[in-house]
Design a protein around this ligand. Structure first.
Ligand code: 3HC
Length: 283
């Protein structure tokens, strides 16, 4: 199953990172989003990341330029019909993702593999919506995509061996280590990570310690590169809340109840770094 052209739907932080590592394999990439300002922001994210690699001497300037040039931004869905694999990285909402996959299932030739970067939603259910469950798979990248080595690969109930092998091989070519997980809510990464971030919210809400102190304990005490509250801000508090809700609904277990403080922050529009304010303030 040869993958020559890759489509990425959603030009946010994750989609831009996926487009960048996909183009770095030498393939042509179409980066699609619904509004020009979204695709422009995605292209700016990619330029910023490539510039950092160039400035550090990790990437020659001409190679960075070729990577950028292989990415074609688009606000139309039609060009995605040329892709052999499409990775979706839009908002973490099952209904919106299902609608998108139903459209992509109609648009693309039968051989095209559709992948979701969902952090928690059922791959089997998204695959069903696409109308091509054998050609459907989860490809869960970590933020920041250009730096993080893991790709969690999730097979739905009907995902074919060929689609899985193609995606595992592509992840390796992207310089990543793919790890297979089964289709449970939150898979492995977020089943373990999110309850920890949620617990940090409870610790803050209950006054166990200030945000900086909670983060310092986890950084210095557990050698985590970022404290849980800083990491939640980095991921986006709306995304963290959505994932906790998927875990809570999926397992029907109160231990996954999202912290009220997380609800409060999201309701106030304090979504973390992307909105300039979450547990911390960002300029
Ligand atoms: N592109 C290129 N370079 C980048 C970059 C990017 N997007 N982001 C950071 N860098 C570079 C910086 O330039 C810097 O380079 P230098 O050390 O040579 O100067 C280096 O990476 C380190 O960056 P910073 O100094 O800004 O900060 P840190 O040392 O804290 O590193 C980090 C940043 C790599 C993000 C590190 O803090 C980290 O690993 N944090 C944890 C991230 C994590 O857990 N991610 C998973 C989240 S869960 C997820 O994504 C799943 C989802 O479903 C929720």
């Amino acid at each position: 199953m040869a993958i020559k052209t890759i489509g990425v739907v959603g030009a946010g932080q994750m989609g831009a990172g996926i487009a960048q590592v996909a183009a770095a394999t030498g393939r042509d990439v179409i980066l699609q989003d619904i509004a020009p300002e979204f695709v422009e922001r995605g292209m700016a994210t990619i330029r910023g990341s490539l510039d950092r690699f160039v400035a550090k001497g990790k990437l020659p300037a001409d190679e960075a330029e070729s990577i950028r040039a292989r990415i074609t931004p688009s606000v139309e869905q039609a060009p995605l019909a040329k892709a052999d694999l499409i990775v979706e990285a839009i908002v973490e909402n099952q209904k919106i993702k299902q609608e998108l996959f139903a459209e992509l299932g109609q648009l693309c030739p039968p051989g095209t593999i559709l992948a979701s970067n969902t952090s928690s939603i059922s791959i089997t259910e998204l695959g069903k919506a696409s109308g091509r469950p054998a050609q459907f798979i989860g490809m869960h990248f970590m933020n920041p995509v250009p730096l993080m080595e893991l790709v969690e690969v999730i097979r739905g109930r009907e995902t074919s061996d060929a689609a899985c092998e193609a995606v595992m091989e592509l992840a390796r070519e992207m310089g990543k280590t793919p790890v297979e997980a089964n289709d449970f809510p939150g898979f492995v990464a977020n089943r373990i990570l999110m309850p920890m971030l949620n617990e940090a919210c409870y610790a803050l809400m209950e006054g166990v310690a200030e945000a900086e102190a909670i983060d310092t304990v986890m950084k210095l005490g557990m050698n985590h590169p970022m404290g849980p509250l800083a990491l939640a801000d980095y991921i986006g508090l709306d995304t963290c809340l959505s994932i906790m809700e998927v875990l809570h609904r999926g397992f029907e277990n109160e231990k996954y109840l999202p912290c009220p403080l997380l609800h409060e922050k999201v309701a106030a529009g304090h979504l973390g770094r992307k909105s300039g304010r979450g547990f911390y303030e960002y300029s």
